[in-house]
Write a protein that binds this ligand. Structure first.
Ligand code: GLN
Length: 473
C-alpha cells in the first residue's frame, strides 16, 4: 500500500472507494509484523481491537457520521494511559500494570474516530535521548538499525518513519519528541506548556512535561493538535485559551523576522551537514525577502544545568509513588516495609532512573536546596526573560534540533554526561515553556536524517506550523 503523507489523502481515497480503514489497519499491521522484531518498536499491538474499530468506522464513514480523524492510525508512547490497556513507562517497576482510565488526549482522539494500534517502547520514564534505557531493550532507527532512533520517544518516531502507523503521540520534557523526530526524518511538535492536557500522562518533571505529536506532514500534526489541545476540567494547568483551527491556517504569506545563533552555523561541534542545512534555510529565507539575523544568547551554557537540576528534582518527587505497594512490581525477599521500598526500587528501576532520583533527592535535600534547587529556579526565570526578549524582536528562532544526526547504539554507555550535552538545543523550549517543531531537512553523508528546529513564542503554534510548512518547501 501507498505510504500516505497526509490523512487528507487517505480520506480522499476512502471517499473514492479505493481504500477502507480495515485495509489501512491491515497494511500497518503487515509492516509491524515484518519489522517489529528487528526495530523493537511496539510493546503491545492491539491488532484485533484495531481491526474491529476500523470496521465500525468504515460503517460510520458510509453513514456520514464519522469523526474528523476517521482513517488515522495512531500509536501511543508507553507513558500515555489508555483504559484497560497495559502501561509501564518501559520500566520493570510497572510490570503487569493496566490503566484504569484514558488520558484526555486518548479520549479526544477516540471521539474523532482515530484508531489506536499499539503501545510503543521508550526510555524508562521518558528519561534518555536514545531509547536505550528501556526495560524492553533498545529501539533501532529504521534508516539504519545500527543507529539509535533518539529518545526518549524513539519508538514513537520510528513507527511513523517506518509507516507502522500514521501518527504517534509522545512526550517532550526536554526534547523527547523533537530529537527523535530529527533522528528519524519526520515532523515532531512540542506545543506550548499547558496547551495540551497532561491528564493521563505519566509524570517525569511536571513543570516541563508536554505531550507532543509525530507525523509525516505538518498537516497531520496540525489536525491532531487541534483535536487534542485545549482546556480540561481534570487538569487545572491546561490552558483555557481557545484552540485555533490549526489545520485551516497553514498558509504563510507575511514577511517575517527570524533569529539564529551564530554558533549554530559556525561551531565545529555541530555536524557539517546540519550547519549546511541551517545555511540553506537561511539563504532561502533571505532570498524570499525575510529578515534573518544572527543573535547572541550568552545564557546558553546555563540552560542544561538548569534543566537537569530541576527535572531530576521533580522526577525524584514524582517517582516516589513507585514503592512496591501501590503499583506493579514488588521485590520478593523482604522482611520489613523499609526494605520492601528499597529492594523494590533498586531491583526494578534502571540505572539512569536511579541516578536521576539520587541527583534530584540531593538537590532537594535541606542542606543543598538553596544552593541548587532555588538557584536553578532563579536561573530558569532569567533564561525565560532573555528568551522573551528574543521574541520581542523576532517571530521565529531557527536552530539545529541536535548537534549531530543519530549516533550508533552504545555510543554513550560509558559516559552519560556526554549524552546530556547532546540535548543542548532542545531543552530551552521546555525550560521556558515555548513551542518548537522539528522539521526534516534531507540526509547526511551516511544517509541518516538531518533535522532542524523552529521555536516560536508562547501559544504561537498557528504561525509556527504554517512557517514549518513554508520552510519545508
Ligand atoms: N533527553 C532528555 C532527558 O533525558 C529529554 C527527555 C524528555 O524529553 N523526556 O531528560
Amino acid at each position: 500500500m501507498k505510504n500516505y503523507k497526509k490523512l487528507a489523502e487517505i480520506q480522499h481515497d476512502i471517499t473514492q472507494g479505493n481504500l477502507s480503514c480495515v485495509d489501512l489497519v491491515k497494511s500497518h499491521l503487515e509492516v509491524i509484523q515484518e519489522k517489529n522484531t528487528l526495530l523493537n518498536v511496539f510493546l503491545s499491538i492491539y491488532d484485533q481491537e484495531a481491526l474491529q474499530r476500523a470496521q465500525d468506522i468504515d460503517h460510520k464513514i458510509k453513514n456520514g457520521t464519522a469523526g474528523k480523524l476517521a482513517g488515522l492510525v495512531v500509536g501511543l508512547k508507553d507513558v500515555i494511559c489508555y483504559q484497560n490497556h497495559p502501561l509501564q513507562a518501559s520500566s520493570k517497576i510497572l510490570d503487569g500494570f493496566v490503566s484504569q482510565f484514558s488520558a484526555t488526549v486518548v479520549e479526544r482522539l477516540l471521539a474523532e474516530d482515530a484508531i489506536i494500534i499499539g503501545r510503543q517502547n521508550c526510555d524508562e520514564f521518558a528519561m534518555g535521548s536514545t531509547n536505550e534505557n528501556s526495560a524492553f531493550g533498545p529501539t533501532r532507527n529504521a534508516a539504519n538499525p545500527e543507529h539509535v532512533p533518539g529518545g526518549s520517544s524513539g519508538a514513537s518516531a520510528v513507527s511513523v518513519q517506518a509507516n507502522m502507523c500514521q501518527v504517534s503521540l509522545g512526550s517532550d520534557t526536554g526534547g523527547s519528541v523533537r530529537q527523535p523526530a530529527a533522528f528519524c526524518g519526520i515532523y515532531g511538535l512540542k506545543p506550548t506548556y499547558s496547551r495540551i492536557s497532561r491528564y493521563g500522562l505519566i509524570a517525569y518533571a511536571s513543570s516541563f512535561d508536554c505531550i507532543g505529536i509525530f507525523g509525516k506532514s505538518v498537516e497531520d500534526v496540525a489536525l491532531v493538535l487541534e483535536v487534542i489541545a485545549g482546556a480540561d476540567e481534570v487538569d487545572s494547568t491546561a490552558s483555557q485559551k481557545t484552540v485555533p483551527s490549526y489545520s485551516n491556517s497553514l498558509t504563510f504569506e507575511q514577511k517575517t523576522k527570524v533569529a539564529y545563533l551564530k554558533e549554530s552555523v559556525d561551531s565545529e561541534a555541530i555536524q557539517p551537514e546540519i550547519r549546511q542545512a541551517m545555511k540553506d534555510k537561511i539563504a532561502f529565507l533571505q532570498a524570499q525577502g525575510h529578515t534573518v539575523e544572527a543573535i547572541d544568547f550568552p545564557l546558553l551554557e546555563y540552560i542544561l544545568p538548569t534543566y537537569y537540576i530541576l527535572t531530576t528534582a521533580e522526577a525524584s518527587s514524582n517517582l516516589s509513588r513507585y514503592d512496591g505497594i501501590r503499583y506493579g512490581f514488588r521485590s520478593k525477599e523482604v522482611e520489613d516495609l523499609e526494605r520492601l521500598y528499597k529492594k523494590t526500587r533498586s531491583e526494578a528501576f534502571g540505572k539512569d532512573v536511579q541516578r536521576r532520583i539520587m541527583l534530584g533527592t540531593f538537590v532537594l535535600s535541606a542542606s543543598y536546596y538553596d544552593a541548587y534547587y532555588t538557584k536553578a529556579q532563579k536561573v530558569r526565570r532569567v533564561i525565560k526573560e532573555a528568551t522573551d526578549k528574543v521574541f520581542e524582536n523576532y517571530d521565529f528562532w531557527l536552530m539545529p534540533t541536535a548537534p549531530t544526526t543519530a549516533f550508533k547504539l552504545g555510543s554513550f554507555s560509558a559516559d552519560p554526561l556526554q549524552m546530556f550535552l547532546a540535548d543542548l538545543f532542545t531543552v530551552q523550549a521546555n525550560v521556558v515553556g515555548i513551542p518548537g517543531i522539528a522539521i526534516p531537512c534531507g540526509e547526511d553523508n551516511a544517509g541518516l536524517p538531518v533535522g532542524l528546529q523552529i521555536l516560536a513564542n508562547n501559544f504561537q503554534e498557528e504561525k509556527l506550523l504554517a512557517f514549518a510548512k513554508y520552510l519545508n518547501y
